[in-house]
Design a protein around this ligand. Sequence first.
Ligand code: AMP
Length: 408
Amino acid sequence: MYSNNRFKFRRSRFGHSNHGSFYRGNTSRGNFRNGGRKSKLLGQDINMFIKKAKPIDPTETPIAHSTFNEFFLSESLKQNIAKKGYVKPTPIQDQAISPILKNKDLMGTASTGTGKTAAFLIPIIDKIYKNKKDKAIIITPTRELAVQINDELKNLSFNMGIYSTVVIGGENIRNQIRCLQRNSQVVIGTPGRIKDLLKRNALSLKNFSIFVLDEVDMMVDIGFIQDIKYFISLLPQVRQSLFFSATIPPKVQELLKTFVKNPITISLKKQDTSENVDQNIVRVINKNKKIEQLHELLIKDGFDKVLIFGRTKHEIERLNKELISRGFKSGSIHGNKSQGQRQRVLQNFKKNNLQILLATDVASRGIDIDSVTHVINYDLPQTYEDYIHRIGRTGRANKKGVALTFID
Ligand code: AMP
């Protein structure tokens, strides 16, 4: 079923990537079966979707020089970290915690699933605990990621008197306003809802001394950049800014530098995609029978927890119905579902009540689901960055994963 054939897509609108070369001529080199119809990720060598994972060495988990003791964190925080099961810092935590504790601005890049969330939450919690006047605002591109960061915050700050509010769309704004009035030291949200709350004077940014953009390259993408600039104009001049992602292209880094002062830059990526993910392609033999090929895969041994990405909400929904009618335990999340439905399906997938989660790119950023065995790109992602984030949902926390990309 898998194929290692080499052929190249045709002309691309694929951005700033140095993966593979452009191919502008003859398509006869491979089984280019779609009659030359343009594919979204045109122009790239498909070898970019084929890579063996490096063998997992359990003694390597995690590779860090320090222990949490060396950061002089408060006792309660150290206890919460231990309760979470974190014995040693991951490399990004190893390098980010100290500078953040010293109030430095920071831009951090590390592969997907390597502990970036705790890399900023641990020092933020410590700072707020020791100085109750500190307040942090954390902005993320998706609602699910905001909820997930809040869950980790609650675990890591358990019993420390630190309160947070999640401000995201699709949920009751009045509850969020009430919660904000109780003076949360940490606010975590998505740009649309934050803007709404600012308009209603239910939120003021002037006292937030710590500003975090998670999945920062997406946050300063065209869709969000005006909002982010607006938020920055409302934040105090003297503040700490922390930016994280698995992908920060050079152009974005330049832009980000205009928002920070003498930042520490940490880059811990050996390669763009996670080293723990085995990547391969599945060549579509007959477009009308693509679903059959997917079905064949899903009944194989080992396809226990499979995240499938598709392009549009409608295609995802159709595929979900089809898989359910074939007897699979499948669910879907995309923009047409209510926030409650999205969260419920995600929880069911996390708890292994579903074998399959179908999603648009709404689930490609930051979402941490334990032990996803396979990520399947049923449709090609729009950009190589999207690809990196999609397949980064597997092979997390030093576990191995498989990513398969369907090539029409
Ligand atoms: P993140 O990249 O923040 O989504 O984290 C990826 C996964 O690594 C999550 O499941 C975390 O709970 C886990 N993790 C984070 N820090 C550590 C650590 N120091 N030791 C072990 N696991 C960790």
